[in-house]
Structure formats: structure tokens, C-alpha cells
Design a protein around this ligand. Structure first.
Ligand SMILES: Cc1cc2nc3c(=O)[nH]c(=O)nc-3n(C[C@H](O)[C@H](O)[C@H](O)COP(=O)(O)O)c2cc1C
Length: 170
């Protein structure tokens, strides 16, 4: 069973999660690459594809890449700044699954928070009072929590889940 872990990551959160998942696969036959370095997927049985959430779905690079995966066992993972157990979180990972499910067998999906970048917060701070992105005290609490993610616990859960499903050949 040859496994490819691949990811698209702008600020490092999804890369960190991907590396943790990769590490958790132990001595399996595995490769890790950013999506823009994957030239040929023909040798792999399993593809674990990770993206950062952009407007409630996979970012463009990841979406374009994921649409090209065919005939594989696929695991989908993602990081987002909002709560992963919210409706927005659920829709954001389901949107990624939608990109691969017709041409592949989906073995699992995982989404967790990832630190919202300082640049993004600075941009929100500059927005007008009526903007939906204007930081509020509640949002600042969420930004602060997001700074600790993906945490070691997030990574451990994702790594265990994908390892178990690959081992069980589901
Ligand atoms: C242009 C842009 C759009 C984003 N859209 C969303 C979004 O719709 N929902 C959300 O929860 N987070 C959103 N985020 C936050 C990122 O998905 C989140 O911080 C993610 O962990 C970044 O991952 P990375 O470090 O791998 O790039 C957005 C970030 C950027 C830069």
C-alpha cells in the first residue's frame, strides 16, 4: 500500500497537520509532498489531501489538484480559522470531500482550527465598523484560541484516524 500525503498551505498550519499525519503513519510506504510538487499519482494507492479553508471550501490550488485524483482511497483534511465543529466547519470539509468522492473511495475526513495569520487580523482591524469581518471581543477570543492550532491533540487524532483506516483497508 503506497501512500501519498499532500497538502496546500499558505501560512504553515495545514503543512504542520500534514507532517503530523505523515509521521503517524509510522513505517508504512509513504511520501509527503506539497501539492504543487506532485507530478504523478499513478504509483499511489492512498492519497491524503489537505487544504486550508478559503471562503468555506478548499483553496483554489487544492481544489484544482483534488479534482485530478482518480481511482484512489482518499482521506481529506483541512484547517480553518473558525470552530471546526460549527456548521461552517462541517460544510468546509464536506466541500473538499465533494471534489473527490465521485472518482475515488473516501476513507476519512478531518478538520481542525489553524492559526489565523497576523496579516489577516491586521486587515480585519482596518475594516469599517459595519464590516462583518470587523474584530469584536468574541472574535479576538477565537483568534487567540486559533493560535494554538493545529495542536498536538488535533494532530494525534487525525494521525490515528488515518492510520487506523489505512491499516484496516476500509
Ligand atoms: C483568503 C483567506 C480566506 C479564508 N477563508 C476562511 C474561511 O472561509 N473560513 C475559515 O474558518 N477560515 C478561513 N481562512 C483562515 C484559514 O483557512 C486558516 O487560518 C488556515 O489554518 C490557514 O492554513 P495554512 O496555514 O495552511 O495556510 C481564510 C484565510 C485566508 C487567507
Amino acid at each position: 500500500m503506497k501512500i501519498l500525503v499532500t497538502y496546500s498551505s499558505k501560512t504553515g498550519n495545514t503543512k504542520k497537520l500534514a507532517q503530523g499525519i505523515f509521521h503517524g503513519l509510522g513505517n508504512m510506504d509513504k511520501t509527503i509532498l506539497p501539492m504543487n510538487e506532485v507530478k504523478d499519482m499513478s504509483g499511489y494507492d492512498v492519497v491524503l489531501a489537505g487544504y486550508w479553508v478559503d471562503k468555506g471550501g478548499a483553496n483554489t490550488e487544492a481544489a484544482e489538484f483534488m479534482k485530478t485524483i482518480e481511482g484512489k482511497k482518499v482521506g481529506v483534511f483541512a484547517t480553518l480559522a473558525f470552530w471546526p465543529d460549527s456548521e461552517h466547519g462541517f460544510k468546509s470539509i464536506t466541500a473538499g470531500e465533494e471534489l473527490v468522492k465521485e472518482k475515488n473511495h473516501v476513507i476519512g475526513r478531518y478538520i481542525c482550527q489553524g492559526k489565523i495569520s497576523d496579516e489577516m487580523v491586521a486587515m480585519f482591524e482596518k475594516m469599517g465598523e459595519n464590516s462583518p469581518h470587523k474584530p469584536t471581543p468574541e472574535k479576538r477570543k477565537r483568534y487567540a484560541i486559533s493560535a494554538n492550532h493545529p495542536s498536538q491533540a488535533d494532530i494525534a487524532v487525525a494521525a490515528e484516524m488515518f492510520r487506523e483506516r489505512i491499516e484496516a483497508d476500509v
